[in-house]
Write a protein that binds this ligand. Structure first.
Ligand SMILES: Nc1ncnc2c1ncn2[C@@H]1O[C@H](COP(=O)(O)OP(=O)(O)OP(=O)(O)O)[C@@H](O)[C@H]1O
Length: 576
């Protein structure tokens, strides 16, 4: 079996009917555990659905989730769809299953090359969708699935697409653009006839997962290029399906361009769900930047201590923690720093932290995949993450999502939060903000989410927090955290907060001044000057002439540091 296919299959709740609009029938608004659990599942079974026995044999679930029930018949009929459904409610099967079924109804001769193209914004999500497709295809003898994602050898992508094109291709936009638009490398050209675009000549379905992310400005260029290489849909008709947990008004407008004009919009958000994650307990804590890491350390330890599974009588097993937390940071460099810091703390005091996993765009693809698999399989751990794991990633049993500092927007907050409480399971979210970031809570899209302040946090935990603070300061003052890691975190901080300065109503002077405070107080930077920043980067950020920077010319400083590093890294994490 494929190594990534080890995730446990979750059983759906057995009650609650919902009609084909996905509205749960006969339910009250009382948010007991039971109703919260069953809110997004239907009474429709896969066994009774008009699908092949091969597909039925590949699905481990008995009941459809409401998004699956609400979209199946429309999708089977070939209707273009724009679908909004809560995070973790089974959108992947909702788009893969009907797309596969529609191929079975066609004469085999017309199913050639790549028939289904699924686009996903991150590499990890693409691999996860491939896993789900492999399960669905387990009993379909002639249908195959493959991926084309960034961070892997491009020659193997060419070989896959040109010699054994899979029936279903899961791709990240950047890699697909490279494959479509660059000439085949000369050493491969002799081995293959035809080109990559030719493999899509009989495309039957185009699916966008995390559609709102794919359709925002960040991917526009790639998507335009891809569509130029795909066959004209007036000549080779194909179905388009766009799925996301968040669908803003603007995205709805852009989405219309990717769909037939008679497309259907299906939302399985319940009427009382102002937004997708109202039913996950969410709290926020106001902590100055210098206290963010001690606050996180304390929360991780509390989580570790409160989720203890009792020992099994007669088995000799010891009570063990089942805490699984994802901590989201604004940029990849902040993840690196926290990883070095927490690893050092765990080394000095074994057992005081859960096993640590680290994922972000500055890691190699193999390290990213290993971290994602390790965290997926573990029963206890903490995943330190940039936004690379914010969307679509399905890690079973996540008990807490901890978001540190300002999320890029309300949608991103919701997607990150959606990594917990999936498929009917329990979970909670905590957001830690600096006082200057409180404006995020007043945003219209955030107000309806049900975030409540944890006012008791500081009174009930003050001595533990003081201890965490001095523990962190000790480690930061030692050589355990590399000086260059701190410098890179400072520069990323500068880049990120410079990019959100307008939202925070900070002047350029304030950005620089706060960055200096962050360097000295939050990450223990020692020295007369703050870490150096290249003059070119200072210029690009519009910070020339602002006092408080340590500007160096050329590559004297950190060679890896470039334009708006914080923002760039944020974008990197989402790109292929
Ligand atoms: N009918 C079902 N019954 C029970 N579990 C299901 C069902 N369908 C899917 N699941 C499981 O629910 C989990 C979440 O599914 P999936 O990742 O497709 O959610 P999603 O809606 O795409 O989430 P996101 O919005 O985060 O991308 C997976 O572990 C999947 O196997």
């Amino acid at each position: 079996m494929h190594p990534r296919n080890k995730k446990p299959r979750l059983a759906g709740p057995t009650t609650v009917s919902n009609d084909m609009n996905g509205r749960a029938g006969g339910m009250t608004d009382v948010d007991t555990n039971e109703t919260a659990k069953s809110r997004h599942f239907s009474s429709r079974t896969f066994q009774a659905a008009p699908i092949s026995n091969e597909s039925k044999a590949g699905i481990a679930h008995e009941f459809m989730s409401d998004v699956q029930a609400a979209t199946l018949d429309l999708a089977l009929a070939g209707t273009d769809l724009l679908v909004q459904a809560k995070t973790g409610t089974g959108k992947t099967i909702a788009f893969l299953l009907p797309a596969i079924e529609r191929l079975l109804a066609l004469p085999p001769s017309s199913v050639r090359g790549i028939s289904i193209l699924v686009l996903a914004p991150t590499r990890e999500l693409a691999l996860q969708i491939e896993d789900e497709a492999q399960l669905l295809l387990a009993h379909h003898k002639h249908l195959t699935v493959g991926h084309a994602i960034g961070g892997t050898n491009i020659n193997s992508s060419y070989n896959l697409l040109l010699s054994t094109p899979p029936t279903i291709l899961i791709a990240t936009p950047g890699r697909l653009v490279d494959l479509l638009s660059s000439p085949i490398p000369t050493h491969l050209a002799g081995k293959h006839t035809g080109n990559v675009a030719g493999q899509f000549s009989a495309l039957k379905a185009l699916i966008y997962d995390e559609a709102d992310r794919l359709l925002d400005q960040g991917f526009k260029k790639e998507l335009d290029t891809i569509s130029r290489y795909l066959p004209d849909k007036n000549k080779v008709p194909r179905q388009a399906m766009l799925f996301s947990a968040t669908v803003s008004k603007e995205i709805r407008e852009v989405a219309a361009g990717a769909l037939n004009k008679d497309y259907q919009f299906v939302s399985t958000l319940l009427e009382d769900e102002v937004n997708t994650h109202e039913h996950v307990a969410q709290s926020y804590i106001i902590a100055p930047f210098a206290s963010t890491l001690p606050t996180a350390l304390h929360i991780l330890r509390t989580e570790l201590a409160t989720h203890i599974a009792p020992s099994q009588p007669g088995t000799g097993t010891k009570p063990a923690s089942t805490s699984k937390t994802i901590v989201f940071f604004p940029t990849a460099r902040h993840v690196s720093l926290a990883a070095e810091l927490f690893e050092a703390i765990a080394k000095a005091a074994p057992g005081s932290l859960p096993p640590i996993y680290e994922i972000h765009s500055r890691k190699s693809q193999s390290a990213r995949t290993k971290a994602a698999e390790g965290f997926r399989d573990t029963t206890c751990g903490v995943l330190l993450s940039s936004d690379v794991a914010a969307r679509g990633m399905d890690f079973p049993g996540v008990t807490l999502v901890l978001q540190l500092n300002l999320p890029s927007d309300a949608e991103q907050y919701i997607h990150r939060l959606g990594r917990t409480a999936r498929a009917g399971a329990a979970g909670r979210g905590v957001l830690v903000l600096d006082p200057s970031e409180e404006g995020f809570l007043r945003k219209k899209d955030v107000q309806g989410l049900g975030l409540v302040q944890d006012t008791e946090f500081y009174t009930t935990t003050s001595s533990a927090l003081v201890a965490c603070t001095s523990e962190i300061q000790r480690v930061l003052a030692s050589s355990a955290v590399d000086r260059e890691t701190k410098a890179a975190a400072y520069r990323a901080w500068l880049g990120y907060y410079n990019s959100v300065a307008k939202e925070l109503r900070w002047s350029k002077e304030r950005v620089v001044q706060e960055a200096g405070v962050y360097a000295r107080e939050a990450i223990g930077w020692i020295g007369e000057n703050v870490p150096d920043v290249e003059a070119r980067a200072v210029g690009k950020m519009g910070l020339r002439g602002v006092p408080g920077l340590n500007i160096v010319s050329g590559k004297q400083g950190n060679a890896a540091w470039g334009i708006g590093d914080g923002l760039q890294m944020y974008l990197d994490t989402l790109a292929s």
